[in-house]
Design a protein around this ligand. Sequence first.
Ligand code: SF4
Ligand code: SF4
Length: 95
Amino acid sequence: MQVESGGNNTGENLQAVIAEDPVIAEDRKRCICGPCPSYNECMRAEGGLLFCITGKTGDCTFGMKGCSCPVCPVWKARSLRKAYCCIRGSAEEQV
Ligand code: SF4
Ligand code: SF4
C-alpha cells in the first residue's frame, strides 16, 4: 500500500495505513527517532515516527541537534540518502 506524502504524519488516515501495512508497521518499530537528540516531547506526544516515509512532524517546533537517520536500519534497508526527515520531509519529498 502506498503512503501519500506531502502532509504530516499525525493524520488518522496515515495511522490507519501504517496499521494496515505490515512492512511499514515493522519499519516503524525499527525507527530510531525516539532517542535522537532532535526528537522532542512534542513529537513524542504526537506519536511521530518514521518521518522518512510519512513526512514532516505536525505542528511541532524543533532544533537541529543531530539526526540518527544515517545509522538507522530503515535508512539502510530503503537506501535513503537524506536526513532530518522530521524537518525537511520524507525521502520522496526531498528528491
Ligand atoms: S531513517 Fe530516520 S525517520 Fe526513517 S525510520 Fe530511520 S530514524 Fe526514523
Ligand atoms: S528524522 Fe532524524 S532528526 Fe528527526 S527525529 Fe528522526 S533521527 Fe532525529
